[in-house]
Design a protein around this ligand. Sequence first.
Ligand code: ZN
Length: 262
Amino acid sequence: MTGNHWGYGKDDGPTIWHKNFPVAEGTRQSPIDIDPHQASHDPNLGPIVLNYDHCTSINISNNGHSVVVEFDDSDDRSVIQGGPLDNPYRLKQFHFHWGGKGCHGSEHTVEGQSYASELHLVHWNAVKYKSFGEAASSPDGLAVLGIFLDTGDDHRWLHMITDALYMVKFKSSVTDFKRFNPKCLLPSSLHYWTYPGSLTTPPLHESVTWIVLKEPITVSEKQLGKFRMLLFTGEEEDQRMRMENNFRPPQPLKGRKVRSSN
Ligand SMILES: [Zn+2]
């Protein structure tokens, strides 16, 4: 592993990230295994509110680690607020983590059980910080909404994403992706667990208030298969590596408490 390169392979994967990113062994790393019986109900936790009414998506890209949909975050048109958050946080991007065919792929687990995939909606604290970059390295800078994907029937709206994947097959490819409202990817209940954690990819900054929804959404195996057509590698590279198993396993709790909204 050279420089700050990292990936999900044998030689550059989560077990060796700590060599270039020592905070990998820090005190508030993510993801974690959530034990619902250990989570304490906190009556002070209100509902989370997602104001995604304006469709501020810009583009979809392959960053060599996941597929990412980016949003215009120059104002407060798309924000998450309520729950454990002191002020609105702006939506910056969302991306997915998934497994190989028939494998588990979520990052958080619940009582040791994985889901097939996990969606992360990344928001930043624009009240307190001037830029996403500044927020991303501050203890209360980010709020990530995690949503589990279970397998079953086709998801009615996920095709809007999967239909665009062929255009971002290779690392570093990007294409327009306007007017997409991520509200269509939410489950019906917004009950959640929350805990202080980190980015799950390098640089693994300990800057995330995690809000993990309890209810998964359902997508089909066929829809997930389309994510596995993506490549970790660029168009010019000789070796093609399928993008799959791009998840970090659960990290030690180190005394943290998970709170539950209900
Ligand atoms: Zn993620």
